[in-house]
Ligand binder design. Structure first.
Ligand code: AMP
Length: 384
């Protein structure tokens, strides 16, 4: 395949969720077709793609059929097995490279990589037995967080440990999966940076944003983060260092903590568009999804400028999806629905963006008022 991909080429997307849907919509604007691999017959991405290969991510035949129908392959779902990744990479260019996905699939390889490139994280220890857990707890102290090293998301596969009793119980629950113990970060706020990197090493990083979670699921993003400029700049530097260290071709998000003492610690890497970058669709000339497509297709990466400040509120579960008619009737709210037919608790059904003039992100009460029917509780808006 010759890059840059000419219009009418086909981008293969592994995964059928909303990240794939929004990538496909951005790709369509640049003249590309998208073909999605998903086990779901009616998926958010499948609904807007030119073609679908219906199959499991571990199904060799499905992976092969998918790869033969596309010019380049990217991901919105990262947990394809190593064998699956190798099969895809043998057939078509895979961007980001399988090596990037392998690092991000496992919290231990991820944190090892981060520390190796000089990015600070919470202190951590690998844990495979009760004895190792006791030793790790003796070093890191309580509270601490025990997590499965693989396949954890939205708070699944992790437990907060406040004392020895909880430690041994959590180990029983989470093992025999490989585990990692992390020191608890007493954070002032959670932030993230989305950065794209091209094959020539050009990078485009969106502004540092601030994230509020509810029940471990992203609830609200403030763009830009309401933090000191030096802190926001430190986060930018971390994201660039990570993207360069991975020799990324594509787009990734780095989730970070701002510790109470102002230090910025990396928590997780996601080598794909990220929920905390959805505001860029409405507040930037080129969104994270367009940057993703551009990087994957070998197109030039424009600077990631923000023409407006923004607040993005997720619509999670049946209660928030039920607000859809009021959202549509509220001036200033920009609605995004992912086309999912069933609103299960905790499921991301869509999001809403509210724009403000650049530099004009107002205080908590004004933000709540501007969000109208989807206004979060005041405590959630206050932030750091
Ligand atoms: P994760 O699955 O690693 O993204 O963690 C989900 C959420 O749990 C994070 O967004 C934090 O709110 C919280 N969390 C995870 N790790 C830590 C930590 N080491 N210290 C404090 N909070 C954490």
């Amino acid at each position: 395949m010759i890059f840059p991909l000419p219009p009418n080429s086909t981008i293969g997307i592994v995964g059928g969720g909303q990240l794939g849907r929004m990538s496909a919509l951005a790709a369509a604007r640049l003249g590309y077709r998208c073909h999605v691999l998903t086990p779901e017959p009616d998926s958010p991405a499948g609904q807007v793609c030119a073609g679908i290969t219906l199959g499991d991510y571990e199904d060799t035949q499905a992976l092969y059929d998918f790869a033969t129908r596309v010019d380049v392959i990217t991901f919105e779902f990262e947990n394809v097995s190593a064998a699956g990744l190798d099969l895809l990479a043998a057939l078509k260019p895979v961007r980001p490279a399988p090596s990037v996905l392998r690092i991000s699939q496992d919290r231990i390889t991820e944190k090892t990589f981060l520390n190796d490139v000089g990015v600070a994280t919470a202190p951590w220890r690998p844990v495979t037995s009760q004895a190792e857990l006791r030793a790790a707890v003796a070093e890191l102290g309580f509270p601490a967080i025990l997590k499965t090293t693989r396949l954890g998301y939205d708070g699944k596969g992790q437990a907060l440990l406040r004392g020895p009793g909880e430690a041994s119980r959590a180990f029983e629950e989470l093992s025999p999966k490989p585990l990692i113990l992390e020191g608890f970060v007493d954070f002032a706020c959670e932030i993230s940076v989305v950065v794209a990197r091209g094959a020539d090493g050009t990078m485009a990083a969106f502004d540092t944003v601030e994230n509020g979670h509810r029940e471990h699921i992203l609830d609200i993003t403030f763009a830009p983060a309401r933090i000191a400029e030096v802190t926001a700049a430190a986060a930018q530097a971390i994201a660039r260092r990570v993207a360069a260290g991975l020799e990324l071709v594509g787009l990734l998000a780095v989730e970070m903590f701002v510790a109470a003492d102002g230090r910025v610690l990396a928590n997780e890497i996601a080598p794909r568009p990220h929920n905390s970058g959805h505001w860029t669709i409405d507040a930037c000339p080129a969104s994270q999804f367009e940057m993703h497509v551009r990087a994957v297709a070998g197109l030039p990466l424009p600077t990631a400028v923000r023409h407006s400040d923004a607040v993005m509120k997720n619509l999670v579960g049946p209660e928030e999806e039920a607000l859809w008619p009021q959202i549509l009737a509220t001036p200033g709210l920009i609605p995004h629905h992912y086309g999912k037919t069933e609103a299960r608790p905790g499921r991301k059904m869509g999001h809403v963006t509210r724009l403000f003039s650049r530099g004009g992100l107002p205080g908590a009460f004004a933000i709540a008022a501007a969000l109208g029917p989807v206004a979060p509780k005041e405590a959630d808006v206050k932030g750091g």
